[in-house]
Design a protein around this ligand. Structure first.
Ligand SMILES: Cc1ncc(C[n+]2csc(CCOP(=O)(O)OP(=O)(O)O)c2C)c(N)n1
Ligand code: SF4
Ligand SMILES: [Mg+2]
Length: 310
C-alpha cells in the first residue's frame, strides 16, 4: 500500500463549511460526564481540523459518542454526523467516503467509535474497511468499557478491572488492537493521549496527510466507569504513558515503527491506585510491571529493527 501526502488528497470544488478556528467539533452543552476523555479528544481533534481548515463528516456507532449529540433535532456536533448501528460504522463510513470521492469533495470522513464498537462488535467491518484501504480516519476512543450501557467489560478492559459483568475483576488481558490493525498493513496507525496534546495534534495531521485507512487509538478516561476523580483524568492517562501501560507509538504500513516517548520509570501501581475499578486483591502488581516492561521492550525492539524514515 502506498502512503501519500496531502497534495494527493482530493480537493473539493464545493465542500461543507469547515469549522472556523473559533468553532469546535464538539459544542458546549453536550451530555458527556465531567472529566470525559472523549470530550477532550473531540476538542483536540476538532482544533486540528480547524487549524487545517478542513471540513469533516463523521460516522458514529452506538456508544457514548453518539449520545453526546443529544436529542434530535438538536445536536452538539458542529459537523454532519451519521449515527450508525453498533457494528457497522466503518461500512457506513466507506459509503460516505466513496460518495465524497465520486462527488470530488474534499472533506475528511471520520469514524469515531468506542472500544466496544471497535475491538468487539465492529471488528469485522473495521477489518473489511482496512483490508480495502478505504479513505478514512478511524478514531477509537478507548475507555476500556461499554460505558454507554452501564459499564460492562469489553475485550479492551484490562485484567483486574471490575465492571458490571466482571464484579471480581476481569481475568483476561486487554486485546492488542494496535497490532491487529498494524497487521492489516494500513498506511498509518498511532496511539493518542490527551495528556500529550502536541503529539496528538501531530499524529492527527499525519493522518490527514496520508491516503488510505488511518487508525488512531485514543486512551480515553471515563471517570464514571473507572471510578476515578474527573479532575484527574488527564493525569491518569499521563501516568499510563509514563509507566508503559499505554505507550505512545506509530506504525506505518504495518512495517515500520516509532516509539514516541520512553517511559520515565513511573510505577504502574500509581495508575491502579487512583481508580476504584481496581480492587487491591484483584491485581498482581508484579505481573503488571513485567507486562509494562515487555510491552515497551517489544515496541522499542521493533522501532530499532524497522525504523520509520524521518
Ligand atoms: C447490536 C447491539 N447490541 C447492543 C447494543 C447496546 N449498546 C449500545 S452502545 C453499547 C456499548 C458501547 O460501548 P463502546 O463502544 O465501548 O462505547 P462507550 O459506550 O464506552 O462510549 C451497547 C452494548 C446495541 N446498540 N446494538
Ligand atoms: S460514561 Fe464515560 S465515556 Fe461515557 S460520557 Fe461518561 S465519562 Fe464519557
Ligand atoms: Mg467504551
Amino acid at each position: 500500500m502506498s502512503t501519500a501526502t496531502t497534495s494527493d488528497t482530493p480537493q473539493a470544488a464545493e465542500q461543507p463549511a469547515a469549522p472556523g478556528a473559533e468553532e469546535c467539533l464538539l459544542r458546549p452543552g453536550n451530555t458527556n460526564c465531567g472529566g470525559c476523555g472523549m470530550s477532550v479528544g473531540l476538542t483536540l481533534f476538532g482544533r486540528v481540523l480547524a487549524e487545517e481548515e478542513l471540513a469533516c463528516q463523521m460516522a458514529i456507532p452506538a456508544c457514548c459518542g453518539i449520545v453526546t449529540a443529544g436529542g434530535f433535532p438538536t445536536t452538539s456536533y458542529n459537523v454532519p454526523v451519521v449515527a450508525t448501528t453498533f457494528g457497522s460504522a466503518p461500512a457506513y463510513a466507506t459509503g460516505m467516503a466513496r460518495v465524497r470521492s465520486l462527488n470530488e469533495e474534499g472533506h475528511q470522513v471520520v469514524c469515531w467509535a468506542g472500544d466496544g464498537g471497535t475491538y468487539d462488535i465492529g471488528i469485522a467491518t473495521l477489518s473489511a474497511a482496512a483490508e480495502r484501504n478505504e479513505e478514512l480516519i478511524y478514531v477509537c476512543y478507548d475507555n476500556e468499557i461499554y460505558g454507554n450501557t452501564g459499564g460492562q467489560r469489553s475485550s479492551a478492559t484490562p485484567a483486574g478491572a471490575r465492571t458490571t459483568t466482571t464484579p471480581s475483576g476481569k481475568a483476561e488481558s486487554k486485546k492488542n488492537i494496535m497490532e491487529i490493525m498494524a497487521a492489516h498493513a494500513i498506511p498509518y496507525a498511532a496511539t493518542l493521549s490527551i495528556a500529550h496534546p502536541e503529539d496528538f495534534a501531530r499524529k492527527v495531521r499525519t493522518a490527514l496527510g496520508t491516503r488510505g485507512t488511518k487508525f488512531l487509538l485514543l486512551h480515553s478516561p471515563c471517570p464514571t466507569g473507572w471510578k476515578s476523580e474527573p479532575g484527574e483524568s488527564v493525569d491518569l492517562v499521563r501516568v499510563a504513558v509514563a509507566s508503559g501501560l499505554f505507550p505512545l507509538y506509530e506504525v506505518w504500513e504495518g512495517a515500520t515503527y516509532r516509539l514516541n516517548l520512553e517511559p520515565d520509570g513511573t510505577d504502574p501501581a500509581e495508575y491502579y491506585r487512583r481508580q476504584r475499578r481496581f480492587g487491591a486483591d484483584d491485581l498482581d502488581l508484579e505481573e503488571a510491571r513485567v507486562a509494562c516492561e515487555r510491552r515497551i521492550d517489544r515496541i522499542r525492539t521493533l522501532a530499532r529493527q524497522f525504523p520509520a524514515a524521518d
